[in-house]
Design a protein around this ligand. Sequence first.
Ligand code: FDA
Length: 280
Amino acid sequence: MVFKKIIRKPAENFFAGPSRATATRQAEKNLDKKVKTVVNKFGEHYKERDKCIRDKEEYLKLHESLVNKRIMDDVSVSVKPTQLGLDIDEDFFFQNFEDLVEEYRKVGLALDMESSEYVDPTIKAIKLFDYKSDNLSICLQAYLKRTKEDLEELSEFNQKVRLVKGAYREDSKISYKGKKIDQNYLDCVKYMLSDEFNCYPAIATHDKNIIDEVKQLSQDKTNFEFQMLMGVRENLQKELVKEGYNVRQYVPYGEEWFPYFYRRFKEKPSYFIFALRNFY
Ligand code: FDA
């Protein structure tokens, strides 16, 4: 595909290269700048069990590398449910996730959130294996109307919750559009930063207005973290660190980079056209 070839170079700004070695190197570079990392290996919507097993094994080796390099306190890992088999069979996904939970004793383990049909089983996975780890994390999307209720339900689990706006196309019956997403994001953040919420909040956005509101709302800079994507608003990431906030960068790696990059491209085509101009 010609488009894929043309955008390969600029796309490299948004992921850490092909292997876990390149991903851990990026995590180490981030640590030099006092930025934490959440690593993800590309891969989603697998229809073959052997691909899910292959990626699970890769995540086990990644865990070992992070522990050997002694960067496990500042680097966590995030996995897509359909990478572990949710498109094939729910129990197969739960089994693969449980295998990771059991090994990920020293490293935080998160589940990314995919489109709305996966929300229930993704939440269920966290609830099922909550008793095995206090190092789990889930992502919820402010564009979904159900999210405030999901936050309330997850609150009792004392894990970590990453709030994002949401990256998939959803029906307006179940999702907010436009400015209403930002409004819901802020409503959710208010709840997440209140004493009523028992999980650790990760505020994952590049939206300066929301970030400024969060700064006003938060009493204690150490009770939550900001998260942003590799390659997006890195100056803002640095600024927040300087101001004393916890910042974690989402760093994907691997060969299957195109679906991830294409989602980012569809969100902000103008930024990528700008990046392309610098390369060609
Ligand atoms: P918004 O899109 O309104 O952007 C605000 C501003 O940020 C823009 O005006 C621009 O200046 C800048 N910006 C945003 N995107 C940019 C880009 N690609 N290039 C350059 N500048 C850009 N989604 C999901 O559905 N499931 C998930 O598991 C995750 N996980 C996740 C982890 C982390 C750490 C982050 C930061 C994001 C996600 N997302 C996600 C993606 C998320 O849902 C959302 O699509 C993007 O973060 C963009 O939304 P913003 O909140 O940044 O706001």
